[in-house]
Write a protein of this length. Structure first.
Length: 100
């Protein structure tokens, strides 16, 4: 950090001009990279699991529909998202990673 004062600067005031040169070190932005999302096995939806998936989603949406007037739009969207992802993980599962 470097600091310099210029007392003779003509600024039409009683104050003295101060110039500071320095470096700002910012902290790294933390991201949510530790959360890995496994891709869903969409091939299972072509089989009989599609009927089970649809029934489970319908059941959970009816429960979510009852509380629709009491929540905000943001919370409603989060509820829909979590319902779909939870049901998908339970019924169709995720793709197994294949090592080459």
């Amino acid at each position: 950090m470097n600091c310099r004062m210029y007392p003779g600067a003509d600024c039409d005031t009683d104050h003295q001009l101060l110039v500071v040169t320095g470096k700002i070190r910012l902290a790294k932005r933390q991201t949510q990279q530790s959360i890995t999302v496994m891709p869903l096995n969409l091939e299972e939806l072509k089989k009989e699991e599609a009927v089970q998936f649809a029934a489970e989603v319908t059941n959970r949406f009816t429960a979510l529909e009852a509380a629709r007037d009491q929540v905000t739009q943001e919370n409603l969207w989060k509820g829909i998202k979590t319902v779909l992802l939870e049901v998908a993980r339970e019924t169709i599962g995720s793709v197994k990673s294949q090592k080459k």
